[in-house]
Design a protein. Structure first.
Length: 454
């Protein structure tokens, strides 16, 4: 009875206010993900600490998702930073390390890392805690079915007589983690397995799943399988697929089947990767919209790599100007905003970047973001403001010294005098006629709201 009550509590906080008929991610999702600061080694107390911080400081600004990233079924001892542990076969064909799994071949949170999961409760207690804070809960999953379930011939819930070995595609494997096989979605029972996963996640109160090793290469039938499983699970769940590059040629399919998808491989705190992201975004220009968003990847802002996965523990290597460029571009492009740094260690600059309501409105409300121009030293993007003649404009200095960046008003449909508001400074800066020019630091940015004065 205790398990049932916990599940009901988990669902009550999140499912009561929603209907499965309401499509999730009507605006780009905003939240925190454990990967960039903890890798595979995040523990429950750290997830709770980040959720508490978000609830206290960021929730009023629209931040809401708390996402546990990969290998939550693997036992990372406290203090360890082991990632991607390679599974090996024992003499009888079984696997070490053995991931925490139920009799139906579904992975479960490892109780040493997530003590509230002890006794078969899964993520329901942690999800209930997150929901009680007024937030939403998410998890990372790997595409397919565990290899250990295939070895054990685990029965598939909801598909009588079908076992895991009968639905696995043993030729379909992840290049960087060998725990899973893909699913042959043409086999009877494959969809039932995904349905059983989402039913389990729904019972835990999961609001968001990030499915890895599915967008590159693009596994069309399995993506459709997760979408179908979400539709039958009884609650709205955001579907995020990873990693990129998601093929641009699949833009119509991915827009119909996923809520967000990675445009590029893992993004880290390196200026060259920001320059590359500008090009990825240009290739996806015009595709994003309600319920479906091209994803620039997580925000490399704050305390990173506390226990891996890339480099030593550090605050973001971006300069302050590069941090503002990073946040400005993610917002003008309308990317999902998933913070990668450890929130309790935020400094004043992180607080400023995450709590500017006018800047976040560009991400959440801007319409049809477009690149106006880009050259060796400068770049300008803009988007429209709903029910208004006002326009958001982002000016970027992508060169290696401070210089002026300009915009010609006629190029975005404005003329005459225009009132200019600096959104990062939260102040009106006067009017400009025909053009607007800003002196911007090396690798810096400005984010403006332009309002026709007539």
């Amino acid at each position: 009875m205790k398990f049932i009550s916990l599940v009901l509590v988990a669902c009550a906080f999140s499912a009561g206010a929603y209907s499965q008929k309401i499509a999730p991610a009507q605006t780009p999702p905003m939240g925190w993900n454990s990967y960039n600061c903890f890798g595979s080694a995040v523990h429950e107390n750290e997830v709770r600490a980040n959720a508490a911080y978000m609830s206290k400081y960021l929730k009023p600004y629209g931040w809401q998702y708390v996402v546990v990233d990969f290998l939550w079924s693997y036992d990372n001892p406290p203090g360890s930073n082991i990632g991607n542990p390679y599974q090996k076969n024992l003499w009888d064909g079984s696997f070490v390390p053995w991931l925490t799994m139920d009799k139906w071949g579904r992975l479960l949170p490892q109780p040493n890392k997530f003590p509230s999961a002890f006794g078969g409760y899964g993520f329901a207690p942690l999800s209930a805690y997150v929901h009680k804070l007024g937030l939403k809960f998410g998890i990372h999953v790997m595409r397919g079915i565990p290899r250990q379930a295939v070895w054990a011939k685990s029965p598939v819930l909801g598909a009588e007589g079908i076992t895991a070995d009968m639905i696995a595609d043993t030729n379909s494997k992840c290049d960087w983690m060998n725990h899973m096989y893909g699913l042959n979605m043409d086999k009877p029972g494959a969809q039932a397995y995904l349905n059983s996963l989402l039913k389990l996640y729904a019972s835990w109160g999961v609001d968001f799943i990030k499915v890895d090793d599915i967008a590159r290469p693009y596994h069309k039938k399995e993506i459709e399988g997760y979408r179908k499983a979400i539709e039958q699970c009884g609650r709205p769940v955001v579907l995020s697929i990873s990693p990129g590059e998601t093929p641009v040629g699949e833009s119509e399919h991915v827009s119909k089947n996923a809520n967000m998808w990675r445009m590029a491989d893992d993004f880290w705190d390196n200026w060259k990767e920001i320059l590359h992201m500008f090009d990825y975004a240009k290739s996806w220009e015009g595709v994003g919209g309600k319920g479906h968003w091209p994803d620039c990847d997580m925000l490399q802002i704050g305390k990173l790599s506390k226990r891996g996965p890339v480099g030593n523990e550090r605050y973001s290597r971006f300069t302050d100007d590069e941090l503002y460029t990073h946040m400005t571009f993610w917002c003008i492009f309308r990317s999902p905003l998933m913070i990668g740094g450890n929130l309790p260690e935020n400094r004043l600059i992180e607080r400023k970047l995450f709590t500017n309501a006018e800047v976040l409105a560009v991400d959440q409300q801007g319409v049809d973001p477009r690149q106006l121009y880009k050259n060796e030293d400068s770049m300008v993007w803009y988007s429209h403001i709903p029910h208004s003649k006002d326009i958001y404009v982002a000016l970027f200095n992508i060169g290696d010294k401070a210089h002026d960046v300009s915009i010609d008003f006629t190029s975005i449909g404005l003329k005459g005098k225009v009132m200019v508001r600096d959104l990062w400074e939260k102040q009106n800066t006067g009017t400009c006629t025909n053009t607007c020019t800003k002196l911007i630091n090396k690798h810096g940015a400005a984010l403006l709201r332009l309002s026709p004065s007539n």
